[in-house]
Design a protein around this ligand. Sequence first.
Ligand code: ADP
Ligand code: MG
Length: 352
Amino acid sequence: MRINRKILLAIAGAAFMGVTVSGCKADVDSKPQSAYEEVFAMDTYMTITAYGRESDMAVEAAKKEIYRLDEMLSVSNEASEVYAINSGKEDNVSTDVASLILTSVMMNEKTKGAFDITIYPIMQEWGFTTREYSVPEESVLKELLKNVGKDGIFFDKNKSTIKLKEGVKIDFGAVAKGYTSARIIDIFKKYDVESAIVSLGGNIHTYNCKYDGSKWKIAIENPNKSSEDEYVGVVHVEGKAVVTSGGYERYFIEDGKIYHHIIDPTTGYPSEAGLASVTVISENGAQADALTTALFVMGKERAVDFWNSYGSGDNEIDEFEIVLVDDEGKVIVSDGIEADFESDRDVVVVSR
Ligand code: ADP
Ligand code: MG
């Protein structure tokens, strides 16, 4: 179910026609050569679409990159680098893992712990890693929480080595797809790609505008499945990642209660902070991905405060905009994306 909706979304996002004037060079008359691929990796369906003379080669290289990173970053594949790190068998890290650790630790600090890659043992306890779900005892979660926190990661940036404290395990699940989409965009830059869009589950990443010179239109899924509308709105972007996270994406139900896969690292329980979904729009795929998870955990007020403090960028976090959907279906957008956001709903705009 989840997977089909994601595919629909990606195609809808790529197929919309637009007339928005943008910074891209309009070239409406000639549709360039294009290439398209579907991939299943990182536990989700992905699509890659590129336009340009070398689009075939570019898409092929992108596909290879997805498989390479999937194999490297998987927590469950015994041959992966992350698996080796988690089992204490490996202390040398690749440049990809080094970059992911730096981003993750920085985000952990900036979000005051809302984003935390050491949440993995808690994910295991809930059964999210095996799909054998069960609600853990509170005492078990309390015990496991003692090993959650960046202090359990000893990363030597100069030597590119890592050591984890006993009991600590890491999982890049909340940032890997965003990192991957960013790597793909880097690959596209090396080929003669004019325009491209990749959809890795909830992570959309665009390169330039559409080939016709209009902005890409990316639909934001309605997190409330019982209501009619398929989308809460559409954002128009060029050259940006549009990443959405929500509790509706992966969950189980026990005794009538929904338990989803985004965990509040202060409690060990699925975060219930009043938000149904968070969308982040940024040029930085990995950061956008990490931020969606963190802002979801923070809840509406803290998320808006965070955007106030960091949305215009600092020396570590790139500029970003937000679209929040709360549990009542209310939509909150930051003013930097307002002009490029369409919705039938009443929208609250936040400004600095
Ligand atoms: P998705 O990957 O489904 O699009 P996210 O980007 O929000 O959604 O990532 C959720 C995944 O991140 C979880 O499946 C889990 O592996 C991990 N995770 C859960 N809670 C946190 C957290 N607070 N900080 C960092 N990672 C988390
Ligand atoms: Mg994320």
